[in-house]
Design a protein around this ligand. Structure first.
Ligand SMILES: C[S@@+](CC[C@H](N)C(=O)[O-])C[C@H]1O[C@@H](n2cnc3c(N)ncnc32)[C@H](O)[C@@H]1O
Length: 462
């Protein structure tokens, strides 16, 4: 890839170029760098599609170029082309289509001499060396449920070799995890799960538009009510759904409405037409026949993505253990289908903070909220703690409190490695997303590869 010496670099943001045996040149921190620091802005050089297909593709440039939004191939100048890949990157990047450049920003605090890596994506063209994982030297029986062994089996490298079709569907019985699916849909009146909601009768239909606007400007467009219609017209009466807060909302006085009152409304969308009819007897509900995550198929590439994420979790658990924390960690990777998303990594900090609630999951959700705040997107993307559409990987089954926090954050799905027999809220003691009355459900994946042979550390069940 390169000669064995690296050139000096006059970067003022604490970056230097260094050579390593396994990866060629890379970018390293010449001093400690705080998280969220912009460490490089690389201008981009473009190749036209034809120019690339006919010429550049057959040269060394093929190792450095990537697809820009409009289909052209781009080459980052400056340090941009020298960041190596890691599945647990410490640098994130953003393509700036206005200035044709790429901004690189530290995703966490960086220590002096640490390598700065970005995430290239899931379809790598080389066998990756992931130093952030291999650098952690843990004895095989580490007393923490053998976290060190995950993913170090032979199957790992196969995912990256040319003769594996990344799109090939993996049969459910061959998956490295078992799937705990949410229970079947409620099909009789008694089993319909409901939640108490505030509603108000609106005698003047023209006031509905005013009230809908009022709900919006008062931040009352609750995603927990997305499965319900806002207005019910029944027996010549128009009624508006307001909120599921415990306290009654204060309505605008000028409309002279009667007081709001509480009624039970369905807590989830209808999956079948039969259920739709039953739910409508409570409140008009949306019909969403395909439940998210229910019929998900797993390709080889997607399984490799999940395995990589599990490795990040394990690595983080070890790292935090070395720092004196409980080895419990949580990771939200970019989705398999959308590689440019934010990622967040957290671990349990109950020991260092002497705070009983600093569990890995809660720390992760806090980090996600911080990410959104940093991007100033609070008002555009809704409540900033939401994990809608995102997958969370955990070293341990979340406790009941953390399971509820994940549910409240509307997480898409959760993977965990080690069940927590005494405290677990995703299958062991209870299974929160399947409880009657909860307003969000998510599938749970329990990692079974290798872990099936491991003993649990009882003292960790806290
Ligand atoms: C964009 S370049 C990065 C800079 C490159 N190391 C150099 O010396 O020019 C991408 C190439 O770096 C190497 N590389 C990047 N990340 C790697 C990793 N995690 N493990 C092994 N090789 C890596 C691969 O050869 C890849 O084709």
């Amino acid at each position: 890839m390169s000669s064995s010496t690296a050139p000096e670099h006059l970067n003022s943001s604490g970056c230097r170029i260094q050579h390593s045996e396994s990866k060629g040149r890379g970018v390293y921190a010449s001093r400690r760098i705080e998280r969220n620091t912009v460490i490089e802005i690389s201008p981009v050089l473009f190749f036209g599609i034809e120019e690339y297909e006919k010429h550049a593709k057959f040269t060394i440039l093929d190792h450095y170029t990537f697809k820009w939004k409009d289909g052209r191939m781009a080459l980052a100048l400056g340090l941009g082309s020298l960041f190596n890949h890691s599945s647990s990157p410490n640098v994130s990047y953003k393509l700036d289509h206005q200035t044709d450049s790429i901004r690189y920003e530290t995703a966490r605090d960086i220590e002096e001499d640490e390598e700065l890596c970005i995430f290239y994506g899931h379809k790598l063209w080389f066998d990756p060396v992931d130093e952030s994982i291999s650098a952690i030297d843990i004895e095989p029986e580490d007393g923490w449920g053998g976290l060190s062994t995950i993913g170090n089996d032979e199957g790992d490298h196969k995912e990256h070799s040319d003769d594996v079709d990344l799109n090939a569907i993996v049969d459910e019985s061959s998956l490295p995890f078992t799937i705990l699916k949410p229970p079947p849909e409620e099909e009789d009146l008694e089993s319909i799960r409901t939640v108490q909601a505030w509603v108000v009768d609106v005698p003047e239909p023209r006031h509905i538009a005013t009230l809908l606007k009022w709900l919006k400007t008062n931040g009352m467009e609750d995603p927990n009510l997305d499965h319900l219609k806002r207005v019910r017209k029944q027996d010549g009466k128009t009624t508006l759904l307001l909120s599921i807060d415990p306290d009654p909302p204060q309505l605008p006085t000028e409309l002279e409405l009667a007081s709001p009152f509480q009624i039970p409304v369905p807590s989830s969308a209808a999956l079948t037409l039969n259920s739709l009819g039953l739910k409508a007897t409570f409140w008009p509900t949306f019909y969403a026949p395909k439940r998210k995550g229910d019929s998900e198929t797993w390709s080889c590439g997607k399984v490799a993505w999940a395995r990589e994420a599990m490795k990040v979790v394990v690595s983080e658990a070890h790292r935090s253990h070395l720092e004196g924390e409980l080895p419990i960690s949580a990771f939200m990777p970019a989705s398999y289908e959308e590689e440019n998303q934010n990622t967040a990594l957290a671990h349990d900090t109950r020991t260092s903070t002497s705070h009983p609630l600093r569990h890995a999951v809660l720390n992760l959700i806090r980090k996600v909220a911080d990410l959104d705040l940093n991007r100033g997107s609070l008002s555009e993307s809704g409540p900033n703690y939401l994990l809608t559409g995102r997958t969370v990987f955990l070293s341990h089954e979340p406790c009941i409190m953390c399971s509820m926090a994940l549910l409240h954050s509307r997480v898409k799905q959760v993977f965990y490695l080690i069940p927590m027999g005494k405290t677990g809220g995703c299958g062991s003691v209870a299974c929160l997303p399947t409880l009657p009355g909860v307003n969000h459900r998510f599938p749970i994946f329990v990692w079974k590869e290798i872990v099936s042979e491991l003993g649990l550390n009882e003292t960790l069940d806290a």
